[in-house]
Design a protein around this ligand. Structure first.
Ligand code: SAM
Length: 315
């Protein structure tokens, strides 16, 4: 491993080696370089042909990707992109590629009642809106400054119909029992997938104790959200972290808690950059159903993520 890597917390590197014993070194090198900026189309404002033409006319250098569809790699500077009309008019949204996957897994459709449980700054809320502008979306955020950022992003993206609430999502169980066809639970996490050696604020607060605290919050949020889901409804759980305590352990706990009431569903994510969940962590062996969840393995384009798709069988 290159020396600079050792600026990351030792305990974290040690843990990463246990999570990915065979390719820890390669994965760790992804913490050394900032990934290229990527963005996606806002279908609510434009279509792919018009966007391609507009990008060319506005001299934006880009590479279009086949997956996720409607995603692009920026080949120029973000500052220049921000000066263009396509950006300022909300025809695009700057978003990491792996961050686009949970909404694709949710597969929002017009007419559905959709809850975005932890919404700010709104990358995924606006993506839901882009894919299903005629759906009824409720976006919740509990931190005031982040809530305002969410409002600003929704405005630029033309997502005025999205209802926004500044509350703790823990209350959705009581406030919205069995009301949603789909729920996105992109929960707060220890954000290990966003560590960057050159940017110490991405990792300087990391501690195993924080991972445990996050896991506690995640359980409470997922538990509450499940009651807000209709029978037959779909919930996608996602984190941008590697720690099994915030990923496999949460879903394993959830499946035990809601035996016969919930099941995992397969995810259509290419195996070139994803793997099924870990089968065990330390002394704990997880339910074999967890093979249906996916870990996004970081590379030069994708940040680390974890995604699980849950269906509510009965109330
Ligand atoms: C991982 S970020 C969400 C990112 C967002 N989904 C996006 O794609 O732009 C988690 C968000 O949840 C918010 N949050 C944390 N705890 C919360 C709670 N109990 N209720 C509502 N929001 C919460 C955080 O402030 C943060 O903005």
């Amino acid at each position: 491993m290159r020396e600079a890597i050792y600026k990351l917390p030792q305990e974290f590197l040690h843990k990463l080696k246990k999570i990915y014993p065979h390719d820890c070194s390669r994965i760790a090198t992804t913490f050394l370089t900032k990934r290229s900026t990527t963005f996606r189309i806002n279908y609510a404002k434009t279509d792919l042909n018009s966007l391609r033409k507009a990008l060319q006319n506005q001299r934006v250098k880009f590479k279009e990707l086949s997956f996720p569809q409607g995603a692009f790699i920026l080949k120029g500077s973000l500052r220049d992109l921000q000066k263009t009309e396509v950006y300022q008019q909300g025809q695009i949204f700057v978003q990491g590629l792996s961050s686009m996957l949970p909404v694709l897994a949710l597969s929002p459709e017009n007419g559905e009642n959709i809850l975005d449980l932890c919404a700010a700054p709104g990358a995924k809320t606006t993506q839901i809106f882009s894919l299903a502008p005629e759906s009824k979306i409720l976006a919740i955020e509990k931190i005031r400054t982040r809530y305002y950022k969410l409002l600003a992003n929704l405005k630029v993206q033309g997502a005025d119909s999205v209802k926004v609430m500044l509350i703790d999502s823990i209350w959705v169980r009581k406030k919205f029992p069995e009301q949603f066809d789909k729920i996105l639970a992109d929960v707060p996490c220890s954000c290990e997938g966003r560590f960057l050696v050159s940017d110490p604020k991405t990792f300087k607060f990391w501690k195993q104790k924080k991972v445990k605290e996050m896991a506690h919050k995640q359980k409470k949020l997922l538990h509450s959200a499940f009651f807000a889901l209709k029978e037959g409804g779909i919930m996608v759980y996602s984190t941008c972290t590697f720690s099994p305590e915030e990923n496999e352990e949460i879903i394993d706990w959830f499946l035990n808690k809601f035996k016969d009431k919930a099941e995992l569903m397969p995810l259509d994510i290419p195996s070139s950059f994803s793997r099924p969940a870990l089968a065990r962590w330390k002394e704990k062996k997880f339910s074999s159903d967890l093979r249906l969840t996916r870990r996004i393995i970081p590379n030069d384009l994708m940040g680390g993520f974890f995604i699980a798709k849950i269906r509510k069988i009965s109330v």
